[in-house]
Ligand binder design. Structure first.
Ligand SMILES: NC(=O)c1ccc[n+]([C@@H]2O[C@H](COP(=O)([O-])OP(=O)(O)OC[C@H]3O[C@@H](n4cnc5c(N)ncnc54)[C@H](OP(=O)(O)O)[C@@H]3O)[C@@H](O)[C@H]2O)c1
Length: 342
């Protein structure tokens, strides 16, 4: 057990009303869990946090694929850290792990009913474990291959394309021989899309007419649309879907902070004459695909065929405002934070 007795935590203070704010969170210095670990459990010293737009949904009191975060509880979120006490031979003391350990210094993990923590292999940096080898890349892999049924020669559209999930979706589609159009906010991210991630074209949704650009760039329509954004972006993709096209609903970030909820696309019936399909998915249902996805990612990253960015902020006190970066587009790649003092 560590000498420290304080476990700093960021709790959900109240349910965000629309736009999430730093005031929705409150810091508490709790005492460190001192009781003996039950068989199978581990105590983790969190060293780095990873941020995901889905955390915003978990803050609402609404049915979803995970229960809402309770008011007064540490915010649920990805973290990576060192096992400092273990009652589980699969995670020996001193080994590194990642999991949904939350916004706190220390977490008891691998409790009965919890998802298994993921062991981080020697030689993999924490920013890689939470970044390019983390859930975002696995989501892109499952979404493009298994849900989207990517075929060589497809014209693929990816929204949120310069982010953690989107940039991998773009690159693995290109590697499989697709033509790829990415949508992102601003000239800088659009430049990364073409110059670094190999997209054939990029659309700056903040400064360009997405529908007009899609018409020009994909006159025969989009075969596979991997959507991270929802709202008017989804509507634009539906308007340009090709015959027998596939739309993969990965996320809908444009509506996560919308108090009223974003109205559904007004043009859904366009799917009928186009004989097109649309399907949502959640990575957690596809964990059997993780070994194949991880092997492929390691090979692509090792050979330089996939590039990535990580945006590392610093300091325990900066946790809430770092989370907010996702919703202003301030994050430059996978949003991470290194906890100070460790
Ligand atoms: N289905 C699953 O299992 C699963 C798993 C993981 C993630 N996801 C989803 O995948 C999506 C991407 O997640 P990520 O971790 O890769 O985040 P990310 O793309 O690295 O960061 C979020 C980005 O979303 C864009 N954005 C923010 N507000 C927006 C708005 N109002 N309209 C349009 N774009 C906006 C910003 O990029 P710009 O600067 O380009 O606007 C921002 O940088 C999210 O929707 C997330 O919920 C789904």
């Amino acid at each position: 057990m560590p000498a420290e007795t304080v476990n700093r935590q960021w709790l959900l203070a109240r349910r965000p009303r629309g736009q999430v704010r730093v005031e929705d969170f409150v810091r508490r210095d709790a005492s460190l869990p001192q009781a003996d670990l039950a068989a199978g459990e581990i105590l983790v010293r969190n060293l780095m946090l990873g941020f995901d737009p889905a955390q915003r949904g978990w803050m609402d009191d609404a049915p979803s694929y995970l229960p809402p975060i309770a008011i007064g509880e540490p915010v649920r979120g990805s973290a990576a850290g060192r096992v400092i006490a273990s009652a589980n031979p699969a995670y020996p003391e001193g080994s590194m792990v990642r999991g949904l350990f939350g916004w706190q210094d220390y977490s008891v993990a691998a409790r009965a009913g919890d998802p298994d923590p993921v062991a981080i292999p020697d030689g993999t940096a924490l920013e890689e474990a939470l970044g390019i080898f983390g859930a975002a890349s696995l989501t892109a892999y499952v979404g493009i291959y298994d849900i989207g049924q990517l075929r060589a020669g497809d014209c693929v559209l990816v929204s949120g394309a310069a982010g953690a999930v989107g940039s991998v979706a773009v690159q693995i589609s290109r590697l499989a021989g697709a033509r790829v159009i990415g949508i992102a906010g601003g000239a800088e991210k659009c430049r990364w899309l073409v110059e670094d991630y190999g997209a054939d074209a990029a659309i700056d949704y903040r400064n360009e007419d997405v529908r007009a650009r899609l018409k020009a760039l994909a006159p025969d329509g989009i075969d596979l649309f991997f959507d991270n954004v929802g709202g008017t972006t989804l509507e634009a993709g539906i308007a340009h879907i090709a015959r027998f096209g596939r739309i993969v609903l990965c996320g809908a970030i444009s509506g996560y902070n919308d108090l009223q909820g974003v109205p559904g696309p007004s043009n859904l019936t366009r799917l009928i004459p186009q004989r097109a399909g649309m399907r949502g998915f959640i990575l957690l249902d596809h964990l059997d695909r993780v070994p194949a996805a991880m092997a492929a990612l390691r090979q692509w990253v090792g050979s330089g065929q996939i590039r990535y960015r990580t945006d590392i902020q610093h300091g325990f006190d900066a946790i809430p405002k770092t989370f907010l970066r996702l919703f202003s587009g301030s994050n430059r790649g996978k949003q991470l934070l290194r906890i100070d003092g460790v």
